[in-house]
Each structure stands twice: as structure tokens, then as C-alpha cells.
Design a protein around this ligand. Structure first.
Ligand SMILES: C[S@@+](CC[C@H](N)C(=O)[O-])C[C@H]1O[C@@H](n2cnc3c(N)ncnc32)[C@H](O)[C@@H]1O
Length: 282
């Protein structure tokens, strides 16, 4: 992460010493950009959700904001360090340690059955495509009695983005819309070493309402041009799953081979004539 001007309390530097501190590269270990910090803070201070879930705590950067703005927070992380280090600092947070693929479904069932007023979920844990999709699918078991906002970090990362896009949003009749570029992400700079040209950060937003939707889920990508342009210049540019430079020639070669086989079987004379012509010209 590049340095950020906003600190954990969403506070800009007010003295020259603070500015120098921020620029010195001392990292506050909150894994979000200024835009994301400000967005999460403004959402929470406006919505004031009574109950929230955070999946992925790390050094409690985003958790500090959640704990300050919500009555009760469930904080899930695979790393026991989180509960051991932060439990005493956040009395309104219940820490649950373990892989979220096991802990999240149980928690969602528990909240559904007890009727607790869940209003906000932040997903920022396993950043593989499968990990993101699994966390989302587990949250999507929840049938809300009030608006529920799901915020997903790293929607600018191609793997996370695919996980978000392929989650079973339509299985939950209360999902109305998903915006992949609620806050656009970062294209990592050379100064940041081995992550150069990777794509990270970005917030996606899913909106669930108590009333059921009537049509399809609205899935939007407000910054799709920015995303695709970054992708073409990124370390992911050679990945076959998206790149037409790789997938089109492969498809064309496969089609040529199939056409050749059909021709040889059903029109052998024509096949021989074409082959002779090809050999002559090459
Ligand atoms: C990017 S950090 C979270 C950053 C935090 N939300 C913030 O903004 O400061 C990701 C966290 O997810 C946790 N994590 C990774 N895989 C997980 C899994 N399968 N289940 C639960 N937590 C996981 C890691 O231990 C790490 O603490």
C-alpha cells in the first residue's frame, strides 16, 4: 500500500510533523486507500448499522471504524493473533477465529435465527476467486428484514472481481443491485516493489432490501473502461482467461483443425487439392 493521508480515525494531518510522519513511509497497516477509508466511514456514520460483520481483520484498521459506528460487530479471521490482540480494545466486537468458509455460514444462520438487525458486511479475507465467491455465497444465505449493504474490498483485483461477479447473487431474492466499482482501485506503482503492475483495492457494493426484487439483479461496472485499460497493462495481461490475444488464436486453430478433419472425411479430393495448393504456396 502507498502511504495514506487519512489515519485510522479518518483524520487528516493537522501539523507539519504529522505530514512528515505520514510521508516517511511508516505504515499504519490499514489495508485501505484514503478514498475507501472515507467511503466506509461515511457509509457507517450515515447508516449506523446496529449489527455488522467483518470478514478479514488483519491489524484492525477497518474494524476500528466499524466498532466505533456499530453497536455490535462480529469480526472473523483465520489468524488467532487478531482475537488475542484486539479483543480487549473493542468490547463490542465478538471475534471468531477460523477459516471463514467454516465460521461464516454458522454465524449467518445464528444471526438469521436470533433476528439480530444485521445492516452491514465487509468482505476482505481470502482474496482468491474461490475464496471471495465462497464468502459471498455464504452471506447470500441471509434473508434481510432491513436494508443490508455488503461491501467487498479489492474488487479491482481480477481474481476477486471474478469471485464477486460469479457469486450466486440471483439466488437471494432480496439482492437488488451490485456495483463493482463503487470505489475504483489501484494500479500498483514501481516504488512498491514486487507488486508492480498488480491491481488491488477498490470497493464493490451489494444492496439487499427487505422487499423482493421483481426482475434481474442489476450488476454494474461504473469504471469498466478504467479496469480493462489497467488489465491490459498489468501483470495479468498474459493470463489466458481474459486475453483475446491468447484465446482467439487458440479457438481459430481448433476450428481450422476441425474443418480439416471434416473436409478430409467428407470431401477427400477437395482436401487433397487444398493441401497441395497450401504446400505449393508455402
Ligand atoms: C487484507 S487483510 C484485512 C484488512 C482489513 N480489512 C483492513 O482493511 O485493515 C485480510 C485478512 O483476512 C484473513 N484471512 C485470509 N484468509 C482467510 C480465511 N479463509 N478466513 C478468515 N480470514 C482469512 C487474513 O488473516 C488477514 O488478516
Amino acid at each position: 500500500m502507498a502511504f495514506q493521508f487519512l489515519d485510522r480515525a479518518i483524520r487528516l494531518p493537522s501539523t507539519n510533523t504529522e505530514i512528515v510522519q505520514r510521508l516517511s513511509g511508516v505504515h499504519d497497516e490499514w489495508m485501505m486507500t484514503d478514498a475507501e477509508r472515507a467511503t466506509v466511514h461515511s457509509m457507517l456514520s450515515t447508516l449506523k448499522p446496529q449489527v455488522a460483520i467483518e470478514v478479514g481483520v488483519y491489524r484492525a484498521g477497518s474494524l476500528a471504524i466499524l466498532a466505533a459506528q456499530c453497536q455490535k460487530v462480529y469480526a472473523l479471521d483465520i489468524d488467532p493473533f487478531c482475537a488475542a490482540t484486539y479483543a480487549s480494545r473493542f468490547p463490542n466486537v465478538e471475534f471468531i477465529t477460523g477459516p471463514s468458509q467454516n465460521t461464516l455460514p454458522k454465524l449467518i444462520d445464528r444471526i438469521q435465527n436470533s433476528g439480530e438487525p444485521l445492516g452491514f458486511v465487509l468482505i476482505d479475507a481470502n482474496h482468491s476467486e474461490e475464496g471471495v465467491r465462497c464468502d459471498l455465497d455464504n452471506v447470500l444465505r441471509y434473508m434481510p428484514q432491513r436494508p443490508l449493504y455488503i461491501v467487498m474490498h479489492d474488487s479491482f483485483n481480477p481474481g476477486c472481481r471474478r469471485g464477486i461477479k460469479t457469486a450466486i447473487w440471483s439466488s437471494n431474492p432480496h439482492v437488488h443491485m451490485v456495483e463493482l466499482d463503487f470505489v475504483v482501485g489501484r494500479f500498483v506503482m514501481q516504488e512498491e516493489g514486487n507488486r508492480y503492475r498488480q491491481m488491488w483495492c477498490g470497493l464493490a457494493l451489494g444492496v439487499l432490501l427487505p422487499e423482493k426484487r421483481t426482475g434481474d439483479v442489476i450488476m454494474r461496472e461504473n469504471e469498466s473502461l478504467m479496469y480493462r485499460t489497467a488489465l491490459q497493462h498489468s501483470v495479468y495481461r498474459f493470463h489466458k482467461w481474459w486475453n483475446p490475444v491468447y484465446s482467439l488464436p487458440l479457438t481459430a486453430a481448433r476450428m481450422r483443425r476441425t474443418a480439416g478433419r471434416l473436409l478430409r472425411t467428407h470431401a477427400p479430393k477437395l482436401f487433397d487439392a487444398m493441401k497441395a495448393r497450401h504446400n505449393k504456396s508455402s
